[in-house]
Structure formats: C-alpha cells, structure tokens
Design a protein around this ligand. Structure first.
Ligand SMILES: Cc1cc2nc3c(=O)[nH]c(=O)nc-3n(C[C@H](O)[C@H](O)[C@H](O)COP(=O)(O)OP(=O)(O)OC[C@H]3O[C@@H](n4cnc5c(N)ncnc54)[C@H](O)[C@@H]3O)c2cc1C
Length: 359
C-alpha cells in the first residue's frame, strides 16, 4: 500500500480550513498552520453561498453555521429614493434557497471547532518563511513550528501570499483607486424588511450596500469612505467595527508549481459585489481535496483558473454598472434592473452564479 502523502496547508482562513476539513473527511492527514494567534476577529466576508453550505455539510460545519446565521431571503435594489426591484433569493433552485449571512470571524471559529472535533489542531503562531521545490517534494521552513518535506503544500495564505511570492508565480491585475469602506452596526430602528439586503445606487456613482448579519445587526459597504452615509434608515446606527479598503483585481497566472497549489485569495481577488470571494476559496479547497483523492491534481489549474477568471470579468462588469455616473446610461441600467426584478426567468442565471451553482 502506498504511504499516505505528507500535506501542509498554509493559512487557516476559510479556504485553508475547508481544505483541512475536506482532506480529513477523505482520510488524509494534513497539517494546517497560520501565522496569527487564532481565527480572524474581523467580520470580513459575510455571505455564505448554497454551494459552500453543500460542500461543508458532510463535515457537520453547515449544521452549525445554519444555527448561527441569518437566512437572507431577498435583495432590494434602490436608486436614490425609488425601489427598482426586489430579488427573492427563495427562488434559488436549491434546498439551501438563501444566502447565509454570518461574520467571517464566526464562520472560521465554527470551522476550527469542527476540525478540533475531528482531531485536527490548527497550528497557530506558525509562519511559513521559505519554500522550495525539491524534485517531486516540497521543502517548507516555518517559524514557530517545525518545518520539513511535504508531498503537497496547499497555499491558502491570502491575497499577499508568501508562497506565491517566493515561488515567483505572477499575480496579474490592478487595484481600483476608489476608497471603499465597511462598517458593522446595530440599527435598532431599521425600517425595512428583515433578512433583506439592500443596494442603494446614486446618480453620482456613489453607492451603499447593507446586509443583515444578526437581529438588528448589519454590515454596510460603500464605494465611499462613509459606509452608512448612502443608506436610508440608518440614523440610529451604532457602529462596532469600521474600516476602509481598496479593491484589488488580480489573479495568479498559474495555481500550481510542482507539488504546491494555490487556493482562495492567494489565487484570486476581486470586488466584494456578489459575495464570491470567500465562497470561491471554499470551492477551490473542495476541488483540491477531490482531485487529490481522485489522483487528478494536475487538472487543478485547468479547472479552477477559468472559474476565477470568469468571476473576475463578471464582477468587474457588475461593479462598472452599479457605480456608473453616466447620465445617458443610468436610465437604461435602471430599466434593466426593473425588468430583471419583474421577470424571475431573467434572475436565474445571475442568482445561480452568486449561489455557486453555475460557473
Ligand atoms: C475588510 C474586508 C472585508 C471583506 N468583505 C468581504 C465580503 O463582504 N464578501 C466577500 O466575499 N469577501 C469579503 N472579503 C474577502 C474575504 O475576507 C476573503 O475572500 C477571504 O477571507 C479569503 O479567504 P482565504 O482563506 O483565501 O484567505 P484569508 O482569509 O486571507 O486567510 C489567509 C490566512 O493565511 C494566513 N497567512 C498568511 N501568510 C501566512 C504565512 N506566511 N504563514 C502562515 N500563515 C499565513 C493569514 O494569517 C490568514 O489567516 C473581505 C475582506 C476584507 C479584508
């Protein structure tokens, strides 16, 4: 019988933890390290797709996420003070016919708890400092833990991936100039329907999104420095976390170098519109584990790179559409949103993409 491969997962974000969960479930033994002392304390990605819930279900993660998250039922699109459309997520053709809204800090904590129950301890405070391809093996140096030689390394070490950088894998793209902001807030007097996200577009191209993340708790995102400033009904907001950021749009040229494979933000980054960032990473990790099991790892880039690329192209189009300030285009865009809102058949392709059911 062939010896079990030695596997190192670098990064215990949602992508790395999914890789550890999936590999463990399939009978592999993997080490998982992270340079930080524990799961992120930040709420970061808040939308978990039906496909991610499906992937995480066999390990028991999904059941625990469902017990904690908000089942988002609808998305409203508004232009200034007009309601353009209400898109009902209950039309997603899946038994999980909603987007589950939960701060990433809680998602990661659930994943770590389940891993621990499965006998896998995340090695926190352990940083990858160097990596070398050595024939068919991979040598990894760590600080804070013992390094060694591995058959496979799964690099889920985020947008600034050290692994990608050391191996010289290109990360081609650009960064948008606009300063974006996010804020988590309690809004006791929220006047709109519950379990409903809202996108508010303005004639000057500014916009705001708001997503429920708990009872009277919300995540606001804006393409301006004031996350809540473009959303009606937020006068009573009490902000608990806020930050600003710029949107990078980049993709690794290859997702594989020898026995090293990239997944999640290490492989692709794009705008948060459509809530695909974390979900694509969960799908990458699932594909890696399935391909390792099926001994088809060499097809990993060919499978995952085009999927990442298609989403980057689509999310850039969506971004250009929602932040258009062109007075000639806005009436057509708004008419398109109204029409899509009236005709469920037109909503299906985009809904399936956001749900992770169509690539
Ligand atoms: C402020 C903010 C808001 C966001 N909002 C959204 C959103 O609304 N929707 C959405 O879909 N996405 C959002 N994202 C993006 C989302 O958080 C990422 O897509 C997701 O975290 C990617 O998961 P990952 O596991 O690939 O990488 P990460 O979550 O970045 O995890 C990488 C891990 O690797 C570890 N690491 C890095 N280098 C090393 C090393 N050398 N050795 C050991 N460990 C290492 C890090 O400590 C980290 O824990 C947001 C991100 C930010 C920062």
């Amino acid at each position: 019988m062939a010896a079990k491969p030695r596997i190192l997962i670098v990064g215990a974000g949602p992508c790395g933890m999914t890789a550890a969960l999936e590999l463990t479930r399939r009978g592999f033994t993997a080490r998982i390290i992270d340079k930080e002392p524990g799961p992120t304390p930040l709420s970061k990605a808040v939308g978990i797709s039906p496909r991610s819930l499906e992937i995480l279900e066999p390990t028991g993660v999904t059941e625990r996420l469902l017990a904690k998250g908000v089942r988002m039922q609808a998305v409203q699109a508004r232009y200034e003070d007009q309601l353009l459309a209400t898109i009902r997520l209950s039309r997603i053709p899946h038994r999980f016919n909603f987007l589950l809204s939960l701060p990433q800090s809680e998602t990661e904590t659930v994943m770590e708890d389940v891993l621990r129950d499965l006998g896998v301890a995340v090695e926190w405070n352990a940083e990858l400092t160097d990596i070398r391809l050595a024939g068919v093996k991979v040598e990894a140096e760590l600080s804070g833990a013992k390094g060694g030689t591995f058959d496979y390394v799964y690099a889920a070490d985020g947008a600034h991936s050290r692994v990608r950088e050391i191996l010289g894998l290109g990360f081609t793209g650009y960064t948008h100039k606009r300063t974006w902001s996010i804020a988590d807030a309690a809004i006791p007097d929220w006047p709109f329907p519950e379990a409903t996200a809202m996108a508010v577009l303005h004639r000057n191209g500014d916009m705001g999104f708001i997503i429920p993340i708990g009872p009277k708790r919300f995540r606001a995102v804006s393409n301006t420095p004031d996350a809540l400033g473009h959303i009606p009904g937020t006068a009573s907001a009490q902000v608990s976390q806020s930050d600003t950021f710029h949107i990078p749009v980049r993709q690794a040229d290859r997702y594989q170098a020898g026995g090293v494979f990239l997944g999640g933000d290490a492989a692709h980054v794009h705008s948060p519109i459509g809530a695909r960032g974390m979900n694509l990473g969960i799908e990458d990790a699932h594909a890696f584990a399935a391909r390792l099991t099926g001994k088809t790892l060499d097809g990993y880039t060919a499978e995952r790179h085009p999927i990442g690329h298609r989403w980057i192209v689509l999310s850039e189009r969506l971004l250009a559409g929602v932040q258009s300030a062109n007075p000639l285009l806005i009436p057509f865009r708004n008419l398109a949103i109204r029409t899509i809102g009236r005709l469920p058949a037109l909503q299906k392709p985009m809904m399936e993409r956001i749900a992770g059911l169509r690539e």
